[in-house]
Design a protein around this ligand. Structure first.
Ligand code: G6Q
Length: 547
């Protein structure tokens, strides 16, 4: 696709945006709202269960018109269609990108290499359902006949962040007499703390790894195996206490897990796009198959919206374009994601991987260095906690940080006035960020002259507000898909491959050489740089002293 496109900065819409930026960069949101009092409801889209208010952005109708031109000139429509058709748009890995097939309905057909993949997706979902029902009902028992009460997902990156985030987000819907934990880090502390109060007879491990070769996951899985064998004694116990989620049956069998207890997925599912594949087995065990299917229905609804809504009313497209606007024209380096819901506490971490692994790329699809910024840094914490720490910098610091505020009209835990207070804070923050507090306002409060400058809030800090009715499995599916497709939109504009991850692959091989040097008892010949050699020697000498 890239070869038929002009380089991004030569597109007429890009150039028009550059001159438009010069005109708009100093206009204040106070002015924009004064000029257009209906702006708050005009720059708003209500669709797919969301009320999306983007009026508090530094944009005019002209900005949106030009950004939409940019989307069109970037071939976004073709790119979306190519993804949904199952074309191999992940060109550096020569793979289709079909997380949308994971939530396709049974009657849909999506062809990859001549095969309709939707029936395979539903076969796995049906097997997961059967298994989840057995475990949740107590029919599936451990080796000694005890009911499974603890589920530990072992995985890392895309095989961890989605499951953890989804479990936390949907904890309200989870089976409360079961414990769910997630082990990802190769730091032994992660495993040790996860099992310290658990009974191996009641514990099921899900080893989640697309490749089943990832060092951290396999190390943790082997330790889990040892721990189980130590308690239960017999090799046959493994079959009742270990299941695998992977694309690599051979390695699963080598590890000693019966492939009957393996749930598969496919190379066209990227790790960070896999929480709704079998990688979501822990989610299904926690919230039950029916809720899991509602989650999928939410994803599917947003997929349909992304695929069919005109760009000017298309939530992921608008969000993606706004991110490009700030990152490439205003020079914003980061995006803060601020969910006003404690259940979404891991959502920013999840988005970090989704956005930064996807769009942290420095070359275009045809391998040319990009002369513009690509993926911004994503970060955030739930409100109102963040208000008492880093919001200071967003309000009065020197950097421009566009923010996404996410809130729900109904609480899952209505307690007195908690929810009104929570939501009042969300609205107040977006208002304060946009409009600030002028010198006159500060003076009129009787502020001494010497403090006036300190108490002034410039405002003009852009925000999106995403409101939904209630945090349900379906809403979560929509929310995740919203960001997935926004990331897609940005990648299409930047003409990059949002679906490879060579940086991660590098990490997977780099440590191996040093590991062998660190493990050797004698002093190996170290051929790294002087700093790395010294660090390895220091580590080994302290290790030897304590062994
Ligand atoms: C995701 C990345 C990466 C991956 C992990 C785990 O898109 O590729 O985060 O998910 O490295 O890989 P495995 O699932 O193969 O263990």
């Amino acid at each position: 696709m890239s070869s038929t496109l002009l380089p991004l900065m030569q597109l007429p819409a890009w150039q028009a945006l550059e001159s438009h930026y010069q005109k708009i960069k100093n206009i204040h949101l106070r002015q924009l709202f004064a000029d257009d009092p209906q702006r708050g409801t005009r720059f708003m889209v209500e669709d797919a269960g969301f009320y999306f208010d983007y009026s508090k952005n530094r944009i005019t109708e002209e900005t949106i018109r030009l950004l939409l031109n940019l989307a069109n000139e970037s071939g976004l429509r073709d790119r979306i269609d190519a993804m949904f058709r199952g074309e191999k748009i992940n060109s550096t890995e020569n793979r289709a990108v079909l997380h949308v097939a994971l939530r396709a309905s049974r009657d849909q057909s999506i062809i990859v290499d001549g095969t309709n993949v939707v029936p395979q997706v539903h076969d796995v979902l049906d097997r997961m359902t059967k298994f989840a029902d057995c475990v949740r009902s107590g029919k599936w028992v451990g080796h000694t006949g005890k009911r499974i009460r603890n589920v530990i997902n072992i995985g890392i990156g895309g095989s961890d962040l989605g499951p953890v985030m989804a479990f936390e987000a949907l904890r309200h819907y989870s089976q409360r007499d079961m414990i769910f934990r997630f082990v990802s880090n190769v730091d032994g502390t992660d495993f040790a703390e996860a099992i310290r109060d658990l009974d191996a007879e009641e514990t099921l491990f899900i080893v989640s790894s697309k490749t089943f070769t990832t060092l951290e996951t396999m190390t943790n899985a082997r330790t889990a195996r040892q721990w189980t064998l130590q308690s239960l004694g017999e090799e046959q116990a493994i079959a009742r206490h270990f299941v695998a989620v992977s694309t690599n049956g051979e390695e699963v069998a080598k590890f000693g897990i019966n492939t009957e207890n393996m749930f598969g997925f496919w190379d066209w599912v990227g790790g960070r796009y896999s929480m709704d594949s079998a990688i979501g087995l822990s989610t299904m065990l926690a919230i039950g198959p029916e809720n899991f299917r509602s989650l999928l229905a939410g994803f599917r609804a947003m997929d349909e919206h992304f695929r069919t809504a005109p760009f000017e009313r298309n939530l992921p497209v608008l969000m993606g374009l706004l991110s490009v606007w700030y990152g490439n024209f205003f020079g914003a380096e980061t995006v803060a994601v601020l969910p006003y819901d404690q259940y979404l506490k891991r959502f920013p971490a999840y988005l970090q991987q989704l956005a930064m692994e996807s769009n942290g790329k420095h070359v275009t699809l045809d391998g040319k260095q990009v002369p513009y910024q690509t993926g911004p840094i994503f970060w955030g914490e739930p409100g109102t906690n963040g208000q008492h720490s880093f919001y200071q910098l967003i309000h009065q610091g020197t950097r421009l940080i566009p923010c996404d505020f996410i809130g729900f009209c109904q609480s899952l835990n209505p307690l007195g006035s908690h929810h009104d207070i929570l939501m009042a804070n969300l609205f107040a923050q977006t208002e304060a960020l946009a409009f600030g507090k002028t010198v006159d306002e500060v003076r009129s409060e009787g502020t001494p002259d010497v403090l006036v400058a300190h108490r002034v809030f410039e405002g003009n800090r852009p925000t999106n507000t995403i409101l939904a009715e209630r945090l349900t499995p379906e809403t979560l599916g929509k929310l995740v898909a919203l960001y997935e497709h926004s990331v897609f939109t940005q990648g299409a504009i930047w003409q990059i491959d949002s679906f490879d991850q060579w940086g991660v692959e590098l990490g997977k091989v780099l440590a191996m050489k040093i590991l062998s040097e660190v493990e050797l008892a004698e002093e190996p010949e170290l051929l790294h740089d002087n700093s790395t050699n010294a660090l390895i020697r220091r580590y080994k000498s302290v290790k030897l002293r304590h062994n």
